[in-house]
Design a protein around this ligand. Structure first.
Ligand code: 5RP
Length: 220
């Protein structure tokens, strides 16, 4: 199976985690797109979904799935989303699609985070994938200097504006041995909206698409 087939297989497996009668959180990216397509057949079982991006909201609406405002929802039993990298402790790097801030917000509300990913995303240590950091535009140069002081090499994601009107710095070369501590340090830089480390609130379940089937890894 190629990478897209593995993504489709885990997307299908994630549908079994949907709680009938409850609002569902839906992430962003190609794996999340496959999940939305699989969800279409079950749309009658949920009142609607909270989307982590305009892109996913559009796809949900195209399938006739109601998109709800997070401010009108006080409980999300399950959030399903992909990742750019994930460890067996279920810490992640996210934000390759630029939706990290809304993803972090929906994940914070959700009681259970189900990560769906093909096996290429499972890594022993985070950091080969450049860490996305969403930044208020006027703070771009300052934040870039601070990220360099932390040992990273920040690069502006050219021609990209987030759903929140901000820019993204993709930071390579970081030594991410303590993801929760680094997540906090980067978020403390003035002008940073959030960064793509999901360690303080990682995933609860990982559905990993492998050549031999879907492997389920739960939080240790
Ligand atoms: C978007 C994300 C995605 O979950 C991440 O980029 C994985 O994407 P894909 O499923 O296309 O591999 O964090 O901001």
């Amino acid at each position: 199976m190629n990478q897209d087939e593995l993504k489709r297989v885990v997307a299908r497996a994630a549908v079994t985690y949907v709680v009938p009668g409850s609002v569902l959180g839906v992430g962003t990216g190609s794996t999340a797109d496959y999940f939305i397509d699989e969800l279409a057949a079950f749309k009658g079982t949920i009142p609607g979904a909270v989307a982590s991006s305009q892109r996913s909201a559009e796809r949900l609406r195209k399938h006739g799935i109601s998109v709800l405002d997070l401010n009108d929802v006080d409980d999300i039993p399950v959030y399903v989303d992909g990742a750019d990298e994930i460890t067996d402790r279920l810490h992640m790097i996210k934000g390759g699609g630029g939706a990290l801030t809304r993803e972090k917000i929906v994940a914070a509300v959700a009681r259970r985070f189900v990560c769906i990913a093909d096996e290429s995303k499972l890594v022993p240590v985070l950091g080969s994938f450049p860490l996305p950091v969403e930044v208020v535009p006027m703070a771009r140069a300052y934040v870039a200097r601070e990220l360099s002081r932390l040992g990273g090499q920040p690069k502006l994601r050219e021609g990209f504006t987030t759903d929140n009107g901000n820019v993204i710095l993709d930071v390579s070369g970081l030594n991410i041995l303590d993801p929760a501590a680094l997540e906090m340090s980067i978020n403390n830089i003035a002008g940073v909206v959030t960064n793509g480390l999901f360690a303080q609130r990682g995933a609860d379940v990982l559905l990993l698409g492998t050549a031999s089937g879907v492997r389920t890894i739960t939080h240790p």
